[in-house]
Design a protein around this ligand. Structure first.
Ligand code: GPW
Length: 836
């Protein structure tokens, strides 16, 4: 039974649950209380990290008050909620974004100033929460920000990895990896909830039970259990009371430490069990757009999905509704196929534990789940070996077979006698071993399937799942173009531009309503605005130049054109083509007279990004970039006309410095391979111009800002297949300029050419799968166009303003409203400003 507060004490609760007013004295008091009491430090034993902790804990108190009020309100209103299931949440730092969301940045700055601390320094003390690889994880973080800001009753669910994405160091030009033990100095942004925990079973056996009336049921028993413990990360909406939660699960051993074993002297075995449970949530898999079929990863997937469903069901059951209400109270979004086991898991709970019929249960399941696909790359589509699932989750494997059987029966009914169609559509792929095609399971178990940009959603429909489109008669498939939060990706990371926009628009309402940016178009030809606009860009370039110097000791000029490509290193993203283009430029510059060279647009080419530790070719690309930089940057004939920098350890907080400083950013994936891309949106929102292929969201960005304001090049997605076919069956036509570049590498211009042989071979014997040779000439041409355009300062400033002005569509607020209205069927639930 729940404890009820004595009524005469309620005013005390209310007093302490109401957020403190944001007054300087109150802030200083709470800061000093945390510094001296929570962290036991004194005025004579302080540093910036200590004051970061004090500030963070003082803000945490405010977050928790808002969080509690939000949860109480939601409990009372009981709205339909959305659960966003993701194996990755790439949140980055929280201090600055939290200060801004709570509207207390200025007053905290003042309060800390008076105590002798500079807020900027404290912000720099925070380590990133890097529980993600790249775009997919960062998208989840942007979506949490929008869900909170738009007052939606939403929860994120994921894993609290002890180690986030590895730290990248460059040693002798090569990537080396170091563990990211981000929790070493504590995490002020989480609340440990030892009281919220669930058991998760693995392995064991399935018992078949025949009831007296002859009905058959199955019980999953035995095996081993681990416990999932909740850690809550509050996400405050911007300028609203709504504060939602990301619940991250951490694995603990189910049984207490085995003292009998310990006393028998079997220490190792006693500790072993403890360790193997904790292993489950110890590390984030560092692969982006690539599946590695490791059993621990499958364990992670089931572990988090199992705990999450128990949590959602417990919340649902508190209201004593019938099961048939479940899909009207709960919507579950699968962020790619990684949480797809939620589908058989909910089916199992409903039939094995809650006693529903298969059909009633399946009806609930398919009305509850929806699924976002984020890639068309075949190597990224998850396939799990049947024997692996059978061993780890025997009951789920039975259920998946049954789901498949009933599904194929329907296919057979609709397309009688079409054996090849059944083979193509089967959730179970035949072979040795058989495999479960997780995307098929996700499609069959969901009411809606979406891609992440218009082109991508079309490719899903026409190229990767056409049989399913035909079977469902087009009704399940839709597009929701990705978006980014303008709070972090303009307001927070580019304060100078943000203030200027607010000044020009006469209001800061654009931060929550990006449509307002359209009004900037009026200023595109205004000489004074252009001048200030470009002055702000220059400030941001100086900030990046200083950072580059501090990390790499390379001096770069803020007056050069900043040409930036930052993202995970992957063959399909073609950083290789970029560095080949740089070599081409270098060779061309070397042929010019000093007088001719002086007329060239000076260019700084920046790279950053991590490679998966086992991705050999991607790692060679990093090495080549560093080797080229070594030669070019030290060539006295070249000077500032060309510089090449690889900034190590790309992460969210580094992106916040890099993105506002770009003149050009490159998004040059082979057409049809980048599902959407989201950094493209961040750069353009900050007045940077895209040089890119006709791929992913680049296309829609071009539509919004106008084709004059983007440098497109390369073949179109619908040409790629034929070209690849030709590449396979004839000798590849090597672009002559590209041949020159490869010759330079092979001559040893950039060090021992043997090192780069396997990389260069991808263009020849490798069949040039990503069409670098095909696109090279038009890529170089687009680069030359960008040089010409940059010489026209007025024209460039206009383009830059029109870029920002045209980005309204790409707010994650727009994306989230689309999901809420069209897919989740949830409504905002506005939390009152005070308790009542
Ligand atoms: F393979 N994306 C990613 F689809 O960052 F699962 N990691 C991944 O593992 C996958 C996709 C997956 C990215 C896409 O590459 C990018 O184009 C897209 O903008 C982003 O997901 C968010 O939708």
């Amino acid at each position: 039974p729940r404890w009820l507060p004595p009524p005469e004490t309620l005013h005390l609760w209310k007093e302490f649950e109401t957020p403190e007013p944001a007054e300087i004295k109150a802030i200083q008091k709470s800061f000093l209380r945390h510094v001296t009491k929570t962290f036991a430090r004194t005025a004579f034993n302080m540093d910036n990290f200590g004051s970061y902790q004090g500030t963070a804990y003082s803000l945490r108190d405010r977050l928790i008050d808002k969080w509690n009020i939000t949860q109480q309100h939601h409990t009372r209103e009981d709205p339909k909620r959305v659960y966003y299931l993701s194996l990755e949440f790439l949140l980055g730092r929280s201090l600055d974004s939290c200060l801004l969301s709570l509207g207390v940045k200025d007053i905290y700055k003042k309060a800390l100033d008076e105590l002798g601390f500079r807020l900027e320094d404290l912000i720099g003390e925070e380590v990133d929460a890097a529980l993600g690889n790249g775009g997919l994880g960062r998208l989840a973080a942007c979506y949490m920000d929008s869900l909170a800001t738009l007052d939606y009753p939403a929860w994120g669910y994921g894993i609290r990895y002890n180690y986030g994405i590895f730290k990248q160091l460059i040693v002798d030009g090569y990537q080396t990896e170091f563990p990211d033990y981000w929790l070493n100095f504590g995490n002020p942004w989480e609340i440990e909830r030892l009281d919220v925990s669930y058991e998760v079973r693995f392995r064991g056996y399935v018992n078949k039970v025949t009831e007296e009336d002859g009905t058959i049921s199955y019980v999953w028993e035995g095996g081993e259990k681990v416990v999932a413990v909740a850690y809550d990360v509050p996400i405050p909406g911007y300028g609203t009371m709504n504060t939602i939660n990301i619940r991250l699960w951490s694995a603990k051993p189910a049984r207490e430490f085995d003292f009998a074993m310990f006393n028998d002297g079997n220490y190792e075995k006693a500790v072993e069990e403890q360790k193997s449970a904790e292993n489950i949530t110890s590390v984030l898999y560092p692969n982006d757009n690539h599946m590695v079929g490791k059993i621990l990863r499958l364990k992670q997937q089931y572990f988090f999905v199992c705990a999450t469903l128990q949590d959602a069901i417990r919340r649902f059951k508190k209201t004593n509704r019938p099961w048939s209400d479940f899909p009207y109270q709960v919507s579950i979004q699968l962020n790619d196929t990684h949480p797809t086991l939620g589908i058989p898991e909910l089916q199992r709970i409903l039939i094995d534990e809650e006693g529903l019929s298969w059909d009633d249960a399946w009806d609930i399941v398919t009305k509850t789940f929806s699924f976002t696909n984020h890639t068309v790359l075949p190597e990224a589509l998850e396939r799990w070996a049947v024997p692996l699932i059978q061993d780890l989750l025997p009951r789920h494997m039975m259920i998946i077979f049954d789901i498949n059987l009933f599904f194929l029966q329907k296919v057979e009914k609709k397309f009688p006698g079409d054996r090849d169609r059944l083979r193509r559509m089967s959730i179970i792929e035949e072979g040795h071993p058989q495999n479960v095609r997780m995307a098929f399971l996700a499609i069959v178990g969901s009411h809606t399937v979406n891609g992440v940009a218009a082109l991508h959603s079309n490719l899903i429909k026409n190229d990767i799942f056409p049989d399913f489109v035909e079977f469902y008669e087009g009704n399940k498939f839709t597009n929701v173009t990705n978006g980014i939060t303008p709070r972090r990706w303009l307001h927070q990371c580019n304060p100078a531009l943000s203030d200027f926009i607010t000044q020009k628009l006469g209001s800061d309402s654009w931060v929550k309503d990006l449509e307002q940016l359209k009004k900037l178009k009026e200023f595109a030809d205004d000489a004074a605005v252009q001048k200030q606009w470009m002055a702000i860009k220059r400030q941001n370039k100086v900030r990046l130049a200083d950072y580059i110097h501090s990390i790499t000791s390379i001096q770069v000029s803020p007056d050069s054109l900043f040409d930036i490509q930052v993202k995970r290193i992957h063959e399909y993203k073609r950083q290789f083509m970029n560095i080949l283009g740089v070599i081409h430029r270098y060779l061309r510059l070397k042929k010019l007279t000093p007088e001719q060279r002086a007329k060239e647009v000076p260019r700084l080419v920046v790279f950053a990004g991590k490679s998966a530790p086992g991705y050999f070719i991607a790692k060679l690309v990093i090495k080549l970039i560093n080797s080229v930089g070594e030669v070019v940057n030290n060539d006295p004939e070249i000077g500032d006309i060309l510089k090449v920098v690889f900034i190590p350890n790309y992460n969210v907080s580094l992106a916040e410095i890099i993105i506002p400083a770009s003149d050009i950013s490159q998004h040059i994936s082979t057409a049809g391979t980048e599902a959407s891309g989201t950094s493209n949106m961040k750069f353009v929102l900050n007045g940077g111009i895209i040089l890119g292929t006709v791929d992913g969201a680049n296309i829609e960005i071009g539509e919004e800002i106008g084709e004059d304001n983007i440098f497109f090049f390369g073949v179109k997605a619908d040409e790629v297949e034929d070209i690849r076919h030709l590449n396979r069956y004839r000798k590849i036509e090597m672009d002559p300029d590209l041949r020159n570049v490869l010759d330079a590498i092979e001559r040893g211009t950039f060090g021992d050419p043997k090192i780069f042989e396997p990389l260069v071979a991808t263009l020849t014997v490798g069949g040039d799968y990503y069409l670098i040779s095909k696109d090279f000439a038009s890529y170089i041409e687009a680069q030359a166009d960008s040089d010409e355009a940059y010489k026209d300062k007025v024209g460039w400033a206009k383009k830059s303003i029109l870029c920002t002005a045209g980005m309204s569509k790409f707010s994650s607020d727009r994306s989230i409203n689309e999901y809420a209205e069209r897919i989740w069927k949830i409504k905002p639930c506005t939390v009152p400003a005070t308790l009542n």
